[in-house]
Design a protein around this ligand. Structure first.
Ligand code: SF4
Length: 279
C-alpha cells in the first residue's frame, strides 16, 4: 500500500489555489485572444482586451485575477491502493486556510445561511471523494466565484422534453443570466442521474479540459450546437452585446430513472480557475 503524507496534500492544495487565483490557464487565454480578434464591436473587443490585460497584470504582480476568489471546490479520486497518513479532509482544509492567508485571497465563506458570520479562513472547502483503481490520488482543485454560481440551476425535465427541452432550458438560462456571470462563460451541463447527481455532473463538466469534447457523438454534437446557439444570443462579453458569450459547452451524462430527465447547468465565468494535481 502506497502512503502519502498528509502535509503533502495540504501543500499541493495551497500551491494550486494560489496559482489558479493568479494565473489563467494558457488555453483559456488563447481562446480569449481569438475571441477578441473575432469581435466586430469596439466595445466588446475592448472588454476582452481588458480581461486579457487583467490576467497579464495578475500573473506578473502575483495578485488575484478577481476580487471574488471563490469557494474552494475539490474533487478527490482516491486510488484503492494508496493511503493518506492522516485525515484527508483536514489536510485539504489546512491547504485552503494557508492559501487564502498567504496568497492574500479574499475569504468568502460564511458559517451560517442567516447570521452570515465569516469563517475567516475560507474553510470549509467543498470536497467530493470517489474511490478508483490504482495507487494515485487525483485532486481537481477549483476556486468558484459566486457571480456565475448564482446563475446556475437544476431542473427536473421529463423524458418527453427530450433534446429540444434541454436546449431551450440551457439557452433560456444563459440568456436570463445576461452579464451577471461575467461572460464569456463556460457552460457545464449535467444530464441524467437524479437531482443531486446531475449537479455533480455539471460541476465536473466545467473542470474538463477546455479543448476536449464528449466521446459520445450525440452529446458532442449537442455541445457544438449549444455553443453556436448560445453565441448567437448576442449577450456578449460582460453582457454588452457581441459574438462571444460562451467559450465552451461541456456536457457530462449518467444513466437515470425511466421517468426522469434531470438537467443541471453550472455556469463558469471567464475567470475559470482550476487545476488537476496527481499524487
Ligand atoms: S463571476 Fe467570476 S469574474 Fe465575475 S466577479 Fe465572480 S469570480 Fe469574478
Amino acid at each position: 500500500m502506497r502512503l502519502i503524507n498528509a502535509n503533502k496534500v495540504s501543500e499541493i492544495i495551497k500551491d494550486a489555489l494560489i496559482k489558479i487565483n493568479y494565473e489563467l490557464d494558457n488555453s483559456l487565454v488563447t481562446m480569449l485572444k481569438k475571441a477578441k480578434d473575432k469581435e466586430r464591436s469596439t466595445l466588446s473587443k475592448s472588454i476582452l482586451d481588458d480581461i486579457l490585460q487583467n490576467q497579464e497584470i495578475a500573473k506578473s504582480r502575483k495578485a488575484p485575477l478577481c476580487q471574488d476568489t471563490g469557494v474552494a471546490v475539490i474533487f478527490v479520486e482516491h486510488g484503492l491502493d494508496v493511503r493518506i497518513d492522516g485525515n484527508l479532509y483536514e489536510a485539504i482544509n489546512t491547504g485552503v486556510r494557508l492559501a487564502y492567508d498567504e496568497g492574500y485571497l479574499r475569504k468568502s465563506v460564511v458559517k451560517h445561511p442567516f447570521n452570515r458570520e465569516n469563517t475567516k479562513d475560507n474553510t470549509p472547502a467543498i470536497i467530493h471523494t470517489k474511490l478508483v483503481e490504482g495507487d494515485k490520488v487525483t485532486f481537481k482543485i477549483a476556486s468558484k466565484g459566486a457571480g456565475s454560481e448564482n446563475m446556475s440551476k437544476v431542473v427536473m425535465l421529463t423524458p418527453a422534453d427530450g433534446i429540444d427541452g434541454v436546449k431551450k432550458l440551457v439557452l433560456d438560462t444563459v440568456f436570463d443570466a445576461g452579464g451577471k456571470p461575467c461572460p464569456p462563460i463556460i457552460v457545464g451541463i449535467g444530464i441524467g442521474g437524479n437531482f443531486e447527481k446531475s449537479a455533480m455532473l455539471a460541476k465536473e463538466a466545467i473542470l474538463r479540459d477546455l479543448e476536449d469534447s464528449s466521446d459520445d457523438p450525440l452529446i458532442r454534437s449537442l455541445e457544438n450546437e449549444l455553443l453556436a446557439e448560445i453565441n448567437a444570443l448576442g449577450v456578449g462579453p460582460m453582457g454588452v452585446g457581441g459574438e462571444t458569450t460562451c467559450l465552451a459547452v461541456k456536457i457530462n451524462t449518467f444513466p437515470m430513472h425511466i421517468a426522469s430527465l434531470p438537467v443541471a447547468i453550472n455556469i463558469q465565468c471567464h475567470s475559470a480557475r482550476h487545476l488537476e494535481v496527481v499524487l
